[in-house]
Design a protein around this ligand. Structure first.
Ligand SMILES: *[C@@H]1O[C@H](CO)[C@@H](O)[C@H](O)[C@H]1NC(C)=O
Ligand SMILES: *[C@@H]1O[C@H](CO)[C@@H](O)[C@H](O)[C@H]1NC(C)=O
Ligand SMILES: *[C@@H]1O[C@H](CO)[C@@H](O)[C@H](O)[C@H]1NC(C)=O
Length: 270
């Protein structure tokens, strides 16, 4: 009977012992830790499934935040994790790298997620992205400020301009026009490439002396007067000469008749 009881007791003890070991072991493990706010588990910790007593895992900052203080390490103590000490703050991209003739509108700030506008100096234009955004790796968007150019200047009939380059004129550059000998420049003798990529005025024209019936040019205004004066000074003596000859002829015929007069008179006298 004693032996039987003993066997029964031993079974119970063994059962309790197994249960005890199971419970203690379960209590010693920690649950899978969860990130919160700006902190997340490292990839290494995320892949783990068992977190036994005294083991540790590491937290890190979420994308766009940087670790300002603390280690991020937590430890499992009797089934409970220690409090994480990590402090994460939003990344500050800071002012973007300066570039020639470029400035930025940073009214949106320079923290993670902020969008800023690229502003080029007068006469310069943005090539690439007009905006930059602060990402965890820094500012995104490549841009440069390129000087504005105007198309090659137009030529002018009976004249020329001084643009002999194969490049297009740049903002602020001035093109000068000249007319050939004997032609008069009408309009501006120079045009400037403006910040819009257009010239500030039309190219001039080179006008010849015989160009256009409505030529009000002063040089040409004298021509008709000179022609008239010359014509008159040639015509008047000719007219006077003919008139004189005619008058002489008339006088002559009169004289012939007069010549007869003495004979007639002689007759009369008879
Ligand atoms: C960062 O931690 C150090 C000690 O490790 C402490 O002296 C300091 O005040 C902490 N800074 C912040 C901003 O919490
Ligand atoms: C543009 O950049 C060039 C080179 O840095 C500089 O010489 C020029 O003065 C700048 N122009 C303007 C309008 O800021
Ligand atoms: C900057 O951008 C903001 C918003 O787009 C605008 O209201 C502000 O006038 C800009 N500032 C300058 C100096 O251009």
């Amino acid at each position: 009977m004693e032996v039987l009881l003993d066997t029964c007791e031993r079974r119970r003890v063994r059962h309790l012992l197994l249960m005890y070991l199971f419970v203690v072991k379960a209590a010693a493990d920690c649950p899978k830790p969860q990130g919160k706010g700006n902190i997340v588990l490292t990839n290494e910790a995320l892949l783990k499934n068992n977190f036994p007593d005294a083991s540790s895992v590491t937290f890190e900052c979420v994308n766009g935040y940087v670790q300002e203080n603390g280690t991020g390490i937590i430890t499992c103590v009797s089934g409970t994790w220690t409090e994480p000490d990590i402090i994460c703050i939003k990344k500050d991209c800071g002012p973007p790298k300066p570039q020639p003739n470029m400035s930025f509108n940073i009214s949106d700030g320079t923290l993670f997620g902020a969008v800023i506008k690229v502003v080029c100096a007068k006469g310069y234009q943005v090539i690439g992205s007009s905006y930059k955004q602060c990402y965890s790796v820094g500012w995104t968007g490549r841009a440069k400020c390129q000087i504005v150019t105007c198309r090659a200047p137009d030529g002018v009939t009976n004249g020329k301009n001084n643009w002999d380059s194969s490049d297009e004129p740049k903002y602020g550059e001035i093109i000068h026009y000249d007319c050939d000998e004997g032609y008069t420049l009408v309009g501006n003798d120079e045009i400037t490439c403006s910040e819009t990529g257009e010239y500030d005025s039309q190219p001039p024209e080179c006008k010849g002396k015989n160009d256009g019936a409505v030529d009000t040019n002063q040089d040409n205004g004298y021509i008709p007067v000179i022609i008239s004066v010359v014509s008159i000074s040639i015509a008047v003596p000719i007219v006077v000469l003919f008139l004189h000859k005619y008058l002489l002829k008339r006088k002559g015929s009169y004289d012939t008749r007069e010549d007869l007069k003495p004979e007639l008179l002689q007759f009369q006298n008879l």
